[in-house]
Write a protein that binds this ligand. Structure first.
Ligand code: SF4
Length: 182
């Protein structure tokens, strides 16, 4: 029988008194979102294999509330792009991103997704941020599962601190407009 201890996520900062706890709505929503990110793996080559190891029992991404992998963009909020993305594949990746509901976040896993990697050729997209906004870049060719887990944790930090109103802010609208996404 396993003797592993279950760790609870720490509550957000707030005011505690007898029988009550008061905090900010932003913090509660951020905490809930950060610990229930549903991944959508968009894997085209070798980095996808590292993600399989990340999901398996040894690294176990489920520890971060991300056990529910979705292959439907409509039921996922964390897009993980893993592998070489050819220019021909670009519009499909973009369509997948557009089908995701807000709030949605993107992790570019590995050198290929982040920058084209070693494939500095006419047919390979030199980084997915040419077509969709990216929140976290995971370096490596391939990145080890620890690095992918670290990337998810960095994204959790971002999600925890994101205001619930960010998606309707002029800055966010401007970002999407710069990608020609409405
Ligand atoms: S970054 Fe390296 S390991 Fe990952 S898809 Fe590209 S070539 Fe393969």
């Amino acid at each position: 029988m396993s003797d592993s201890k279950v760790n609870m996520v720490a509550p957000p900062e707030g005011v505690v008194g007898e029988g009550f706890f008061a905090t900010k709505l932003n913090d509660v929503v951020g905490l809930a979102r950060a610990n229930s990110l549903w991944p959508l793996p968009f894997a085209t080559s070798c980095c996808g294999i590292e993600f399989m190891a990340t999901m398996a029992s040894h690294y176990d991404l489920a520890r971060f509330g991300s056990e529910r992998v979705s292959f439907s963009p409509r039921q996922a909020d964390m897009l993980l792009v893993m592998g070489t993305i050819s220019k021909k594949m670009g519009p499909i990746l973009r369509q997948v991103y557009e089908q995701m509901a807000e709030p949605r976040w993107v992790i570019a896993v590995g050198a290929c997704a982040s920058s084209g990697g070693i494939f500095d050729t006419y047919s390979v997209l030199q980084g997915i941020d040419k077509i969709i906004p990216v929140d976290v870049y995971v370096p490596g060719c391939p990145p080890r599962p620890e690095q992918i887990v670290d990337g998810v944790m960095r994204l959790q930090d971002l999600v925890k601190s994101e205001s619930v109103r960010r998606r309707s802010s002029p800055e966010y609208q401007e970002l999407l407009a710069s990608y020609n996404i409405s």
